[in-house]
Design a protein around this ligand. Structure first.
Ligand SMILES: [Zn+2]
Length: 289
């Protein structure tokens, strides 16, 4: 499953490739699961829009769109657009969540259409943006007025005072709180474990028991580990966007995640694994308090 750093890398790669391009037409498959907005709404919102940029919001990929003049819009689409969209700004968004196996591919039209392709967006440059997702946990949707806002705070931007406030009075384990998307958006299992190790905090500690200093360290550890992973992913993004998906990312050297029973890289104590709220959590019993 793509985690925040992968989504950031994919969004940056897409921004580089499709920014400024114009969406000419949209084809949607017949499977209902990937469509979070109605097919009609997706088509009406995307067609004849310029892609002003692509960015990550939590684990969502957001394509910022702007209306471009079209000499002859089909009557029905035009009527629908007038009724539905914000005429003042003409701004809209296309929002993609990759789920477990979703991919957004930039393809030449000649390229064979892969199985499990759920959307094909034709661009004025001649290329196509294709959404492929075998397991169908991914979602595409649109925000007609460009007002999409993922819930939770952005982990790479959250201010210290805000970060401390998120965990105040919370009796849940800090690990669960880190994964709670209503608090922080886009933090997954791997980066929660890795940041807790770097901060020296055990995953099962009650969130409310962490001191201000510990929370400060946890915030900087989380940001550090995410930034390192983004930096590693950045060099391989074009492979990912073009080709077959899974490979293409250099994995960050995990210090605890997936290393149960292996020696801690700092103190050589075997790494422990516990299950917290149904998720595997890895930690060093000596380095983490
Ligand atoms: Zn250790």
């Amino acid at each position: 499953m793509p985690e925040l750093p992968e989504v950031e890398t994919i969004a940056r790669g897409l921004d580089r490739r499709v920014k400024g391009d114009v969406i000419e037409s949209v084809w949607l498959g017949s499977k209902p699961e990937p469509l979070k907005s109605s097919a009609r709404e997706i088509m009406a919102t995307l067609e004849s829009k310029r892609i002003n940029g692509v960015r990550r919001m939590g684990k969502f990929i957001v394509l910022d769109l702007e209306a471009v003049g079209r000499a002859r819009a089909p009557k029905r689409a035009k009527k629908f657009a007038q009724r539905q969209s914000d005429p003042a700004s003409g701004k809209a968004q296309w929002i993609v969540h990759l789920g477990m196996t979703g991919r957004l591919l930039v393809s030449p039209p000649s390229e064979e259409i892969a199985r499990h392709t759920h959307a094909i967006v034709k661009l004025a440059s001649g290329r196509e943006l294709r959404f492929v997702d075998p397991r169908r946990f991914g979602r595409i949707s649109v925000a007609r007025n460009g007002d999409f806002e993922a819930r939770g705070d952005e982990p790479l931007e959250v201010a210290l005072v805000r970060f401390v406030g998120l965990f105040r009075g919370r009796k849940t384990p800090i690990k669960s709180a880190l994964l709670n998307q209503k608090l922080l958006r886009g933090v997954g299992n791997i980066y929660a474990d890795e940041s807790l190790f770097r901060a020296g905090v055990r995953p099962r500690r009650r969130a409310a028991s962490l001191t201000r200093a510990e929370l400060g360290l946890l915030r900087s550890s989380l940001q550090e580990v995410l930034k390192e992973a983004i930096a590693l992913g950045g060099s391989s993004v074009s492979d990912y966007v073009d080709a077959d998906g899974e490979e293409g990312f250099f994995q960050l050297q995990h210090r605890v995640y997936g290393r149960e029973g292996e020696p801690c890289l700092v103190c050589k104590t075997p790494i422990k694994r516990v299950v917290i709220a149904g998720r595997s959590s890895h930690y060093c019993p000596k380095c983490q308090k």
